[in-house]
Design a protein around this ligand. Structure first.
Ligand code: ATP
Ligand code: MG
Length: 397
């Protein structure tokens, strides 16, 4: 019988609070596995068991799509490793009889392998070292009459076979995958992400969800300067991010009038910083109603004019809530690598127009002074931001 082992990551270190983290992770896993497939059908039914810092997930039917289970488990924060394993009786002869053929597929094409054994149940008659040596020998032996039998390499093997003797069974896994890590979503409060259609803000969202935050998204549009296409793109990003973050509300605010007000009544070089302040004010006002504990953005120091330290002082001032900027110290290559890993990159790079790129000043002020910005802001009609927030739309993913 094949089972999935979801091994705890950071949660295992949580001491007295471990139970709460564990319960949340199990809940998130169940929710993720219950999400319908693209044809509307369910993935399957499962039994769940917890023991030894591991959640055992057993599909009730052998027909279940195991690759899809694996793919989904890899998106759940809190899981340190995912192991698709064969559960075997705790009898060495049986482990060899059933286990060696099970490894056939994983070892096909491998030049080298090693066995890592762990005996959690100390009553098992062979210790870890003996298991590694003996079971490794059995595998080696079984392949000797093949074309190119795999050799043992203890340092850098193509395949590491994990054999674990636990409470009720022995588990054999030739492919341990690194889990999403982090803390289960829902353990660290709720925050509002300013989500553009770019590369950075989806990565910022992912990083904070990984720290256990539940997230909602706020997107600003400026029709007719921005199109439906830009909105559809942000919706696709939410769909993708919901795989990691759980349920997401996407709020959309129309900033056209506020932006035209800035264009018509403020010096061109200050347009960027004033727009950013308008965004933060709109976000803060939404936060006031919905009890978020932070605003999250995809800003990275020095990336563009609105992200110089001086500009960040001016935008920060517009938010009464803390602003989390998880990619602040990452360069574009690092952010892009994460975007590719989590599957947002191909969506983010579809062509679109962002409200930030509408009325872009030729020379934005790189070192704006907060006192100058506040003075200029008195020329603007602040009720336009309030009005925009009152006409907010929401869609749930
Ligand atoms: P990104 O790739 O996230 O768009 P960027 O390099 O284009 O980042 P800016 O356009 O200066 O940077 O935006 C900085 C941050 O401001 C974004 O990461 C996002 O959090 C927020 N932001 C920008 N435009 C919007 C928008 N239209 N709606 C919501 N938030 C936005
Ligand atoms: Mg952007």
């Amino acid at each position: 019988m094949e089972v999935f082992m979801a091994k705890y990551g950071e949660i295992a270190l949580k001491g007295n609070n471990k139970r709460f983290f564990e319960e949340r992770m199990v809940k998130n896993i169940k929710r993720r596995l219950a999400a319908p497939l693209s044809n509307g059908a369910i993935l399957g039914e499962f039994t769940y068991e917890r023991a030894q810092s591991t959640l055992y997930i057993t599909p009730r039917s052998a027909d279940t799509d195991f690759n899809e289970i694996e793919r989904r488990l890899l998106t759940v924060f809190g899981i340190g490793a995912v192991q698709r394993s064969l559960a075997l009786p705790k009898d060495y002869a049986e482990i060899v009889r059933l286990g060696v053929p099970y490894l056939e597929k994983a070892l096909r094409g491998a030049k080298t392998f090693k066995v890592e054994a762990k005996r959690a149940d100390k009553t098992f008659p062979m210790n870890s070292m003996e298991l590694m040596r003996e079971f490794g020998g059995e595998i080696w032996e079984a392949y000797q009459n093949r074309d190119r039998p795999p050799e043992v390499d203890l340092h850098n093997p193509d395949v590491t076979v994990y054999l674990e003797i636990r409470d009720t069974h022995a588990y054999l896994c030739p492919n341990r995958l690194q889990g999403a890590g982090g803390i289960p979503v829902g353990m660290s409060g709720k925050a509002l992400v300013l989500l553009s259609g770019g590369i950075d803000s989806p990565v910022a969202a992912y990083m904070m969800a990984k720290r256990g935050m539940s997230l909602d998204m706020l997107h600003f549009q400026s029709p007719p300067y921005t199109s439906e296409r830009a909105l559809m793109k942000v919706e696709s990003l939410c769909e993708k991010l919901a795989e990691y973050c759980g349920e997401i509300n996407l709020f959309c605010v129309n900033l056209t009038e506020a932006q035209e007000d800035i264009r018509d009544n403020a010096p061109e070089e200050y347009m960027t910083v004033l727009l950013r302040r308008a965004m933060f004010k709109a976000a803060a006002s939404l936060c006031g109603h919905r009890h978020y504990c932070a605003i999250i953005t995809g800003e990275s120091v020095g990336q563009v004019a609105s992200q110089t330290p001086a500009a960040i002082i001016c935008t920060d001032d517009a938010s009464p809530l803390p602003v989390y900027r998880p990619v602040i110290g990452m360069d574009k290559i690092e952010i892009t690598a994460t975007a590719r890993k989590i599957g947002t990159f191909d969506i983010s790079t579809l062509p679109y127009e962002d409200c930030c790129t509408v009325f872009t000043p030729r020379r934005p002020k790189l070192k704006p002074f907060l006192s100058d910005v506040l003075k200029l802001e008195t020329r603007l009609n602040s009720s336009l931001i309030q009005k925009a927030v009152e006409n907010i739309t929401v869609k749930t993913f």
